[in-house]
Design a protein around this ligand. Sequence first.
Ligand SMILES: C[S@@+](CC[C@H](N)C(=O)[O-])C[C@H]1O[C@@H](n2cnc3c(N)ncnc32)[C@H](O)[C@@H]1O
Length: 214
Amino acid sequence: MGLRDSFQAGLARQLGHPSGLRGRIVGTMLNRRNRAAVVKAVAALGLTGGETAVDVGFGGGLGLTLLLDQARLVHGVDISATMLDRARTAFREEIAAGRLAVHEGSITALPLDAGSADAIVSTNTIYFVDDLGLAFAEVARVLKPSGRFVLGIGDPELMGRSRMLTDNGFRIRPVAEVESALDAAGLTSHEHERFAHSGLGFHLLIARKDTGPK
Ligand SMILES: C[S@@+](CC[C@H](N)C(=O)[O-])C[C@H]1O[C@@H](n2cnc3c(N)ncnc32)[C@H](O)[C@@H]1O
């Protein structure tokens, strides 16, 4: 493997599971590069201040900062111990005040009680998830009836043109496939917002948990 390939493989690994000093740097970079997307995704939750909100795969923690401004109680879930450490330092006061709890865990097995969240956001995470059905079933389990889920993903067509991503295990799925998986998990009535971000296309899929037959 050439130097360039091995650098790209290392970066791709860090994006999926930031770790160590490099992971901390990646966390800072994520906050900067993904700012516009994360801001729009959190805004799409339509929070009014009294909710319990969750960011799954919070990475550098920008989503947590925004949720803390807009919700009553915030949970952050991430598989990376480095991102958790970083958040525990950055949000020491909010954690001590009981406004934020951070948990190590995966979107496919959320460490949160059933029906405990009004709103869940997740941006740039499902590329690292093999079983989307399981991930969305977990989101549906944790949401209250009529709870809102906002999923942010890079444009699959453009992402599919990047060898750095395709050669390094990113799961890039067509938007229609992601929407079908949301439907199958009972996360329906979604709106689909599309915008340009850092010269790339980005999609927000906005879903509500079904309340069941009327
Ligand atoms: C590319 S970063 C995105 C961070 C942030 N959401 C953003 O948009 O800037 C992906 C994050 O998802 C986390 N992650 C990867 N797989 C995950 C999973 N199965 N469950 C929860 N988090 C996951 C990674 O540790 C990393 O912090």
